[in-house]
Each structure stands twice: as structure tokens, then as C-alpha cells.
Design a protein around this ligand. Sequence first.
Ligand code: 5AD
Ligand code: SF4
Length: 485
Amino acid sequence: MGQDLVQILPATSVSALGQPQPASSPAREQTCQKSFYIETFGCQMNVHDSEKVAGVLLAKGYRPVEDSASADLILYNTCSIREKAAQKVFSRLGAFKKGYRGDAKTIGVLGCVAQQEGTRIFDRAPQVSLVCGSASYASLGGLIDRLERGERRVSGLSLDTDECFETELTRRDHPYRAYLTIIEGCNRACSYCVVPKTRGPERSRPSGRILAEARRLVNEGATEIQLLGQTVNSYHDSSPSRLSFSELLLRVAEIPGLRRLRFTTSHPSDFSSDIVQAIDAQPVLCNHIHLPVQSGSSRVLERMRRTYTREEYLEKIGCVRKAQRAISVSTDIIVGFCGETEDDFEQTLGLLDLVQYDQVFSFKYSVRPRTEAGSMEDTVPDEEKGQRLTVLQEKQRQIQLRRNQGLIGREYEVLVENFQAKLGQCVGRTSDNHVINFPGEPGWTGNYLGVKVMSAGPNSLVGVRTGGNNGSGNENPNADDGPRH
Ligand code: 5AD
Ligand code: SF4
């Protein structure tokens, strides 16, 4: 998880299978040409859910637009993992109340807030006609049909599913980087976390379907795949193949034409040495692991119901550090959890020194409804949480700056993800998840290039192209493995 993204799907006309589709295609002529707009809050899981929802709408003949004002159907795919994220959605809906003109627009709330608030949203925001939680996306098409037939309010809120929402229609935003869900929901019970309530129990997809989808994605041009799950490494293959998570990683990585395979988010309790061995054995597996620790104090971890101690977590890190490849590690940390003392917080700071993370996503604890911690005393005042967050972030900033400066002079193979026309800069990513900016051209997007690091800040690197690799073939897959930590 980690990153908080707010994303609006671009308006480019893309068919269900990701191919550009002419405006006058037969599929479009026979349809109503209604337009839709989706705004996504939250993590990669939510971004990918929106890609699936967009696929369903495109197949129904809707066309995407870039602003809510010109859309017939407005969807907010929401996140409620922290209080702030949930509030954002209601402020969006509030802004709409003013300009709302009877039945001219249909407004829907999807995702975690939808699941959590349910049909109460209709009372709080009467302009909303559709409420649908992520475990019910398979019925989204039917709900839209009912709205088109004139029903005023429809909802899909059942968590009673043993399936993942998979669809051939998913409309992926990037031609060469693709998300692929392998496990949905969560069976854990972290006391602060709302996810098991909003996404339901854990469901793994059979490995055969995952492999078939991965092959299709590569055939369609993807060179990087990111396997997704709230606890991706808790994967259990229900098919007779019974692949373990690391076996699945290796099988996907073997697909000809795939150059990078990532996975997120790993739970420390299910993190085992075979994952590290797989990364060592297969260069297509990116040398980066996101391993949320949440706190450096065993006392706090116990209250969080994280099911590991500080020492056990550090053992897992030790296993990562023993790898032949230098594997970068990122994490999530919550400060100011119920009962967190100065000493507990100091232990979290000490953990930063010990682990030397490459990236940390840190949050102030916020009480979430229907969680175990919701009935604990929220003892740390907001101001104190804010101060702890500032101290932690400043410390980590120094660590990242020092680590990144140690990379100056190294040559990386980077996938060019973006081009910033204003700056004439390409934005690339290394296998170990460093972002690197370098002067380039728009046409380089999607290519794998050699780039040398010239300078470094705490959050990104600056480099120059060295003329190394290009879009085809993986000439030097170990180019960015560099020195051991
Ligand atoms: N308060 C603050 N942060 C939270 N997270 C999850 N629940 C809460 C909460 N109630 C953080 C955790 C998780 C990340 C996605 O969000 O660090 O790993
Ligand atoms: Fe939430 Fe814990 Fe499940 Fe992660 S593992 S989604 S923090 S309950």
C-alpha cells in the first residue's frame, strides 16, 4: 500500500483491451455515447479497481472525459483507510451539491467509503444515486443498467463473495506497465485497520488465471507487471497446481517479453526466505520489497495486532540483507497509535537507523470506525502526533539523502515512465524503485535506457543517459544491482 494517489483517468479513447479505438467504431455507434468521469483516491489497489470499472463502462459504450462538469456519470472511487482520505470524498460531493441539477448527472460512490457508509450516503449526500463496495464490482454493470432504466438509487454492498473481481475488460492506463490483482480482501485483524471490513475476507485467484492474464498483458505490450494484494504474499493457490507465492513469482517472471515484475504489499508475518531466493534467482523480479512495519516497538505492535515483534521483523530484514542482489526496502509507519509513549516512538526512530529504508510512508494514527482500536483510548494528542511525524520524516529524509548520494556515479537501467515537456525531462524508475530524472525526449517513454546518476536528493536522483539499453531485449539485467547494503 503506502502511496496515496488521487488519480483521474485520462480521456484518451481506449478500447476494453487497451487498443486505441476510432470514434466511429461500430461498438460506439450502437450505444448512447454517455460520458463518465472517475476520480480515484487511495492506493494502487484502488487505482487498478478504477481501471476495471472503466473497462466495464467502456464496454457499455460510455466514453471517458477529464472533468466532472462534462460527464453524465461521475464516480468517486474512495479510500477510507485514514480519516483524511474519507473526508476528501465528502468534500468533493459537497462541492457538487451546489451545482447539482436534478437528474442531469448521475453520481456514484465506489470503494471503501461506499462499503463503510453504505446506503447512509444517500441521506448524507442525496445527489448520489449509486453506492457500490469493491467486493460487489462484479455486479456494477447490472447496477448501471438499473440506473439507465430509471431507478433513482441502487447499491451493491455485499461482502459475501469468494471471488476476485476479474474482468477481461479492464482498461489499463499504461501501455507497458500493468497492475494485476492476485489476491483481494484481508484475513488479518490489525486493530487500527478498516480494510477487512471494507474489502472483505481474503480471496486468491487461481494461478492458471493469473498466468493467462499476465501472458495476455505481455502480448499486448506490457513489459512491467505489478502483482497486487493487500497482503500479496499471503497468496494461496486454490487450483490443483498449489503454487506458493514465490513459485507464482517465478512462473510469471518466466513469461517471455516480461522485463520487470513487482509485487505489493507484503505482510512481514508471511514474508519468508523463498521470496528473497526468487529475487536472487530471477533478474526480472525487481530488487525492491515494500514491508510495512508500522511501529518499532513490540509493545505497540502487540496492541496493533500485527502478529510479529520488533525482533522478528528485524530477522526478516536480515534475510533480505543477506541476498546476493542489493534489495531496496520501503515501509509504512503509523505514529501516535493508542498508548504510544515517547519511549515507543524512540524505538521506531531507532528502527529507522537499523533498517536504513529507501523510502518510508508515514501517517498520524486516525481512529477508524468499526475497528478494534476504535474502542481504545486515543491517548496521543493530535499536536504530539504531528510533532512525532515531523521528527520521523526529518530523520528519514536525512537517511534517504545520504543513501541516495551514495548512488552518485552508478549506472542504472531505467524504465522511462513519463516525459515532462516543460522541463524537457524524462522520469524513469530503476528496478530497485528509485525515481530518476534526466534530460530526454518524449519518444523515449516506455523504453529501458542506461542512465548514470549525477546528483541526488532525498526523494529522487538526477542523471544523464549513457546510451545503454533500449526497448527490446534485456542486455544487462543485473546492471542496477550495485553494491550490497
Ligand atoms: N491511521 C493511520 N494510518 C493508517 N494506516 C492504516 N490504517 C490507519 C489508521 N487508522 C496506514 C498503515 C498502512 C497504510 C496503507 O495506511 O501504515 O500500511
Ligand atoms: Fe489492514 Fe493489517 Fe490487512 Fe494490511 S494486513 S490490510 S494493515 S488489516
